[in-house]
Design a protein around this ligand. Structure first.
Ligand SMILES: [Zn+2]
Length: 292
């Protein structure tokens, strides 16, 4: 398979206590584009990202077979990094976005250009499968052991949040917290009074430990000159890019089949970079300039 991208994950994953970080990606094909166009409104974003990565990851060190479970067990930041690398493989380094200025009396539309390399965070220095921290509640200190949220955690939380947003947040936390010890170092069950402190403290600690998970853009509006911050959602951006061109897919297949006499199946299984190269060659040849 051509057009492979080697990615070193910022956090990585553990199998039998061995830490792995190397993953290989391939470029999407027309079959992938068709798949995502069909499922756009049927699943949660986290599930769609799992599907996308499951299709495009060709190998993970230490993993015999790449499955949606293996992809789902990657941390949110690692999945985000993979999406950015995938975006670069498919459509290059530069990403155009249109944003609204959040100032209500301005609301100016802004064109911004982002670069994949500016959004990718350096690999984490000392990642661990489980972290420990102290959470204080009602004058008592609790030692909490937790792991970073993964894709599977996000999927479960999204399902819960679809009927109860707060319960979705609590579930995400519960899935990430491995154990809680009280100030006498006795493992304790969760109880309601510690939950509000956990909900406040742990997401901040997790964001510091997995900075690739939440990409905050710090911007200044060119019209009102107000500064503001906004979250960049790589998964939503990339899936929107992939599915927005799906209408063109069939006209592209038509054009290539008409001139090269390739079958629909052959064109759909071609990676999209290669397909676009043939299309550009064809359009150059068919254009008035190409005929002279
Ligand atoms: Zn503005």
């Amino acid at each position: 398979m051509d057009c492979l991208g080697q990615v070193i994950l910022p956090n990585g994953y553990w199998i039998d206590r061995t830490h792995y970080r190397n993953v290989k990606l391939r470029v999407l094909t027309g079959l992938d584009e068709e798949f995502f166009a069909e499922q756009i409104s049927t699943t949660f974003p986290a599930n769609r990202i799992t599907n996308l990565l499951n299709r495009c990851i060709t190998s993970m060190d230490g993993v015999e077979e790449v499955t949606s479970d293996a992809v789902g067990r990657l941390t949110v930041g690692d999945r985000e990094a993979l999406l950015l690398h995938l975006r670069r493989l498919i459509m290059g380094e530069r990403m155009q976005c249109i944003l609204n200025c959040p100032q209500t009396d301005c609301n100016e539309l802004m064109d911004i250009e982002l670069r994949v390399s500016d959004l990718l965070q350096p690999t984490y220095q000392k990642p661990e499968p489980v972290y420990e921290d102290i959470v204080e509640s009602a004058g008592r200190k609790f030692r909490v052991r937790f792991s970073l949220p993964t894709g599977i955690d996000q999927e479960a939380a999204a399902l819960k949040a679809s009927t109860d947003v707060q319960a979705g947040g609590v579930l995400l936390l519960r899935r990430c917290v491995e154990s809680v010890f009280d100030d006498e170092d006795i493992e304790t069950e969760w109880f309601p009074e510690i939950l509000p402190e956990m909900l406040k403290a742990l997401p901040i600690k997790m964001a510091r430990l997995d900075p690739q998970a939440e990409l905050i853009l710090n911007l200044t509006c060119p019209i009102c000159e107000e500064s503001f911050s906004t979250l960049f959602d790589t998964g939503a951006y990339l899936l929107q890019e992939i599915t927005s061109t799906s209408d063109d897919l069939y006209s592209q297949i038509h054009l290539l089949a008409l001139h090269y006499h390739w079958s629909e199946a052959d064109i759909l299984s071609m990676n999209i970079n290669k397909r676009h190269r043939y299309l550009n060659l064809l359009l150059d040849t068919l254009s008035p300039e190409g005929l002279t």
